[in-house]
Ligand binder design. Structure first.
Ligand SMILES: Cc1cc2nc3c(=O)[nH]c(=O)nc-3n(C[C@H](O)[C@H](O)[C@H](O)COP(=O)(O)OP(=O)(O)OC[C@H]3O[C@@H](n4cnc5c(N)ncnc54)[C@H](O)[C@@H]3O)c2cc1C
Length: 474
């Protein structure tokens, strides 16, 4: 017998016979807190999250997912869905409910002829990149290779190739989804089109995706990429130059700004390590010589304290930030979209970058635009097509005793940048406490999302996410 939380907030006792029947129909295993592998499954990227599911279903395939959704529905269980477990909000875990764990479903099948790939939902970006680059192909994803492809795609997905080829969802051709009713459907522009619209930005609200089908592009295998590091004392000049340069940059070029304390990178003088720096991280997705010419003015700017730019394997560059983003630290994020970097925004950035709450905290400015902005705002559920930059206040520390101070700093910084931010927000960068921001985050697309939710998950089985509440539910 096992006690599991219900969707409505109570608890239900599942009889041993019912549990045995469920287990016998599952290809994968189930775990309870007594099992050795339990602790490993509930470890996710953000160490702030310490939830303990009552039961874990380790799915092996779509049949296991259907079986688990039917079991959850029959018993009205509170359900969470885990891909690679990277999301800052920690909604992939439930405290006391059923965790449907997809992390063992990691197959990536590339079709070289059609330049497409079918990807299971537990795959990480690193696994996707490795499999696709074996054929010289890639699809746009994110900048940290241990991130999960499922959560990233369902929220939108952007990284080094997005200005060239759009968001990850703009390269999604179809997906297999298990709905709350336990049906396995293939959704695309022509099949269940409203569901397809919804899963492209609407997160895990409408069902569990068991397979993603992506368009791939010829990429690399080596691309011009690297870092230019400036002392924080030059940050004003660097940011003022950056906003002009980024505004006229070709789609092939993507430049992200990172403001933080300098990590001990081998190309930096030891005296620079630990000092406040502003880093321009860039990739040129095109001919190497063209890229050299395009970025020449950026390299000529001021007096960098270090530079490391050259041809890098795309797969390697996709892992460049991994050492700074390892799992297991305490993290708290806040994010806004910006149409440009105004003088006021830059002034706030400089003020807070000079007062980081920990040695590992970072201010990330992701450059988007390019192909991401040439898709209309209502073509997919994702909003933010008009964002040129996505700011992520990325607070990171190690001791629980520092929680309040670090969280307060991030919130204050977020509030200070609010006046210059544009509407909409990236749901994949939102924390668990931001459920009140979901409607505003989706803006004009929200009502349509509520309608899709009503059709595919009217009882809100999939509620542990940035939740779109169906009409008539709370
Ligand atoms: C260090 C770091 C770097 C990042 N960098 C980027 C970046 O460069 N670009 C970018 O766009 N994003 C980035 N992100 C955000 C990232 O896209 C989200 O955290 C994303 O949710 C991670 O996906 P996951 O599968 O690992 O998440 P999980 O935590 O496993 O899942 C997140 C949520 O997605 C839903 N979900 C997961 N799998 C499924 C499924 N198969 N079916 C239905 N619902 C599902 C569930 O609601 C779940 O709660 C980054 C995150 C981190 C922590």
């Amino acid at each position: 017998m096992v006690a599991i939380k219900t969707r409505a907030g109570g608890e239900t006792l599942i009889e041993q016979s019912a549990l045995d029947e469920y287990r016998s129909g599952l290809g994968g295993e189930t775990l309870t807190p007594e099992d050795a592998a339990y602790e490993e499954v509930r470890e996710i990227w953000n160490a702030m999250i310490d939830s303990r599911p009552a039961l874990v279903a380790r799915c092996r395939d779509a049949d296991d997912v259907v079986h688990s959704v039917n079991f959850a529905r029959a018993n009205d269980l509170l359900v969470s869905v885990r891909g690679a477990g990277h999301n800052i909000a920690g909604n992939s875990l439930t405290d006391g409910g059923l965790l449907i764990d997809l992390s063992q479903m990691t197959a990536v099948d590339v079709d070289e002829a059609t330049k497409t790939a079918r990807v299971e939902p537990g795959a990480t970006l690193g696994q996707v990149d490795a499999a696709t680059q074996a054929f010289g192909l890639a699809t746009p994803t994110g900048i940290n290779s241990t991130t999960g492809i499922a959560g990233l795609t369902l929220g939108g997905g952007f990284g080094w190739l997005s200005r060239s080829y759009g968001l990850t969802i703009d390269n999604l051709l179809s997906a297999d989804v298990v709905t709350a009713g336990g049906d396995l459907v293939t959704t695309s522009e022509s099949n269940h089109p409203e569901l397809f619209w919804g899963i492209r930005g609407g997160g895990g609200n409408f069902g569990i995706v068991t397979s993603f089908h992506y368009q791939l592009h010829e990429v690399g295998p080596e691309l011009l990429s690297g870092l230019i590091v400036h002392d924080a004392g030059d940050a004003l000049a660097v940011l003022e130059f950056y906003r002009e340069f980024a505004a006229q940059a070709p789609d092939e070029l993507t430049i992200w700004v990172v403001m933080r304390k300098a990590p001990p990178l081998p190309f930096l003088d030891e005296a620079v390590h630990g000092t406040d720096v502003v880093v321009l991280a860039l990739l040129y997705n095109g001919d190497m010589a063209d890229g050299e010419e395009v970025i020449a003015p950026l390299r000529a700017l001021g007096n960098p304290v270090g530079e490391h730019i050259g041809p890098n394997p795309y797969v390697g560059w996709q892992q460049a930030f991994d050492p700074l983003l390892t799992p297991g630290a305490r993290n708290y994020w806040k994010s806004h979209n910006f149409g440009d970097l105004s003088d006021e925004t830059i002034a706030v950035l400089l003020r807070y970058a000079g007062d980081l709450p920990s040695d590992f905290s970072e201010i990330f400015i992701a450059q988007v635009g390019g192909a991401t902005s040439r898709v209309s705002g209502d073509a997919t559920a994702y909003v933010g097509r008009d964002a040129a930059f996505v700011l992520n206040v990325h607070t990171r520390w190690e001791e629980a005793a520092d929680d309040d101070r670090c969280v307060a700093w991030a919130r204050e910084f977020f509030d200070a940048t609010l006046p210059e931010a544009i509407d909409g927000a990236y749901v994949n960068f939102m924390t668990a406490e931001e459920s009140g921001r979901v409607e505003a985050a989706y803006g004009a697309n929200y009502e349509r999302l509520v309608a899709v939710k009503g059709e595919y998950d009217p009882n809100n089985m999939f509620r542990l996410n940035q939740n779109i509440v169906p009409s008539g539910q709370q």
